[in-house]
Design a protein around this ligand. Structure first.
Ligand code: PBG
Length: 326
């Protein structure tokens, strides 16, 4: 056979052919923008390790939320940066705490035009930087933390969150939050469960973004990067406890986990392209080592291809402007 009879290149030969046969879509509605709001800030403060990302003031947060909605993005995920931290993260439960105030502001601004979500976790609010409260030995106390998460989720729902996002990897967190929300009359508030969340070096720049100083590490509650089967167990538990959406985090180093979770889940699956994934591309692009815009689209397409219905990305608003709407 002198020439190949099968020519895959035929379908790559024009932009129209490539567009016709593309298997994966990337649309603004599939993107969620994580946002930081800093208590008492007079000006938006740049996050050094995340060029282009800021800690918002109340005003700049509202404005950025409106821009994100205009760009057509699917949701916003809010993180608070409080002025004061304490052992139990009490500012996270306070209706007048920075995150709950911001939720009220943003919900007032955008209404139901996008999905307003809140990080339901203590690490932004505790002085030790852990995701839960500590016992007398200094270890994270799982069950004492569940009670706090339940109250935190109710405060967030009261403040206007459509969806709460428990990210602390405590056992039973979805069930505890579901029960607390239901008991408080928030049966319609959804839960985006951080189902498979790994103890990852790629969260590094996030510490800058929330001014958090972690003592120790999170390996006793976040997952070991070696494991994938364990994520399916976490998934089964989260689904049984009532998770409305499930998430894998980080994204790019865990695309196999994302695929496995997407195949097993009967709810929508999200993936979080985390701070370190963002910083890697931005830093290399700054040096002229990567074509920034192409690299960004390629990472997001790959995360979608691996099975994510929804992608949390710090590039959401920017990228949405370059994508086709539905
Ligand atoms: C916990 C939380 C973290 C991130 C999102 N939620 C930090 C952590 O678990 O260490 C990281 C997000 C990112 O790196 O972009 N509240």
């Amino acid at each position: 056979m002198p020439f190949p009879t099968h020519r895959p290149r035929r379908l790559r030969s024009t932009p129209a052919l490539r567009r016709l046969v593309a298997e994966t879509t990337l649309r603004p509605r599939q993107l969620v923008l994580p946002m930081f709001v800093k208590e008492g800030a007079a000006e938006p403060a740049p996050v050094a390790s995340m060029p282009g990302v800021v800690q918002h003031t109340r005003d700049s947060l509202r404005k950025a939320a409106a821009e994100a909605v205009a760009a057509g993005i699917g949701g916003l995920m809010l993180f608070g940066v409080p002025a004061r931290h304490d052992a139990t993260g009490s500012a996270g439960l306070d209706p007048d705490g920075v995150l709950n105030v911001a939720l009220r502001d943003v919900r007032g601004e955008v209404g139901d035009a996008t999905v307003v979500m809140a990080d339901t976790c203590l690490d932004e609010f505790t002085d030790h930087g852990h995701c839960g409260v500590l016992d007398e030995r200094g270890a994270v106390d799982n069950d004492a933390t569940l009670a706090v998460y339940g109250r935190m989720a109710v405060a967030q729902a009261d403040a206007g969150a459509h969806v709460v996002g428990p990210s602390g990897m405590m056992d039973g967190q979805v069930g505890a939050i579901r029960a607390a929300l239901d008991a408080a009359g928030h049966a319609d508030t959804g839960i985006l469960a951080y189902t498979a969340k790994y103890a990852s070096a790629f969260y590094g720049p996030f510490r800058d973004a929330v001014n958090s100083q972690l003592r120790g590490d999170r390996k006793s509650y976040q997952q070991d990067p070696s494991n994938v089967r364990e994520s399916l167990r976490e998934l089964a538990l989260d689904l049984a406890e009532g998770a409305d959406l499930v998430m894998v985090k980080p994204a790019m180093a865990y695309l196999d986990v994302l695929r496995a979770v997407a195949e097993a889940a009967d709810v929508p699956v999200a993936a979080y392209q985390v701070s370190g994934e963002y910083a890697m591309v931005e830093a290399a692009a700054e040096r002229g080592w990567l074509d920034r815009d192409r690299a960004i689209l390629e990472t997001l397409t790959a995360i979608r291809r691996a099975g994510a219905d929804v992608v949390l990305t710090y590039w959401a608003t920017e990228v949405a402007g370059r994508l086709d709407r539905d």
